[in-house]
Design a protein around this ligand. Sequence first.
Ligand SMILES: Cc1ncc(COP(=O)(O)O)c(C=O)c1O
Length: 380
Amino acid sequence: MIYLDNAATSFIKPEGVVKAVCETTYKNSANAGRGGYSAAIKSSEILYETREKLARVFGINNPERIVFCKNTTEALNFGIKGVMHKGGHIITTSMEHNSVIRPIKALEQNGVFCFVLQGDKDGNIDVEKLEKMIKPQTKMIIMTHSSNVCGNIYNIEKAAEIAHKHRVLFMVDAAQSAGSIPVFAKNIDLLAFPGHKGLLGPMGTGGLYVREGVNIKPLTEGGTGSLSESLLQPDFFPDMLESGTQNVPAIAGLGAACDFLLKNGIQNIHNYEKELRERFEEKVLNMENIKVYGGNHKTAITAMNIKGADCIEVAQRLADDYGICVRSGLHCAILAHKTLGIQNTGCVRFSFGYFNTPKEIDAAADAVYKISKDLQKCQN
Ligand SMILES: Cc1ncc(COP(=O)(O)O)c(C=O)c1O
């Protein structure tokens, strides 16, 4: 199998991650914060240590402001719904995943107003335009750091500057950037991230960073293990947003993944993945009938179509005939597909990872070539 679907979830995981999950499950499956015996204390330590490592990855001063979630979607829901209130305006972009758009649409039923900054046909977002969209009622700007459809990387630094100039909260969806390109939380008020994609941790992990001073309410209550004398949810972090038993083995794996990233350097990882993407794109762009979507400043994603071919069929042939795993069709981001003009066709998405090799890239490009020639023959 050649796995080129790392934007969905990363695979392979570093050896240390698998070891940490297995060892924690086997030797230390006690509940964190629930007992004074050593296994329970060890579980609490695992949570604490992983929080600290994540803080190092994102340049966060206070690890306690990082809340574990089961994925980015949960973190985005916690952030958006925890902060927005009736009458408030939220600004977002046309390149968002439905994990951003759907919670906002749900809030529109409760009197929240949404405004969408449109990207251009290559999926670029001119963040300078955000400034004119801000009104006195604007509470939050939320945008993705990088498109999951075409891989474009957006200027979140400039967007943060504009938001803060107008005292508007700035939230980032780092689903496609965390671990794949350096992400610094310094000017971000709310940062939602997955543990299972670029950070190379296990599925079922993710998190939300909430900057000190941001007023947020919990969406779930109870089961914190702390403040048992109280009928109410604790008002301190991380307990306020972390209800119920945590996935300690997976979080141990996420901690080991952070060790791997800190040791290898996210910039180095990005450079390597970029080399792979460029190698692939150089090859496919030399073929006659290939269309690649997006701009030049990208993560390790190549979104493409073989002209005239059904993207689902192409992906199926890649899987069946060549053992190559990619995503095809619509990728949970219909506004982004509309922006790129591929809402009716979808596209084939190749997403490369740190454990892919140049040989695999060449095999994938070769497979695309053969499939396109085959399909051409069928059309003639
Ligand atoms: C940009 C973006 N946002 C949000 C999500 C949702 O992430 P998760 O699967 O971790 O909930 C994804 C998943 O692919 C994504 O690419």
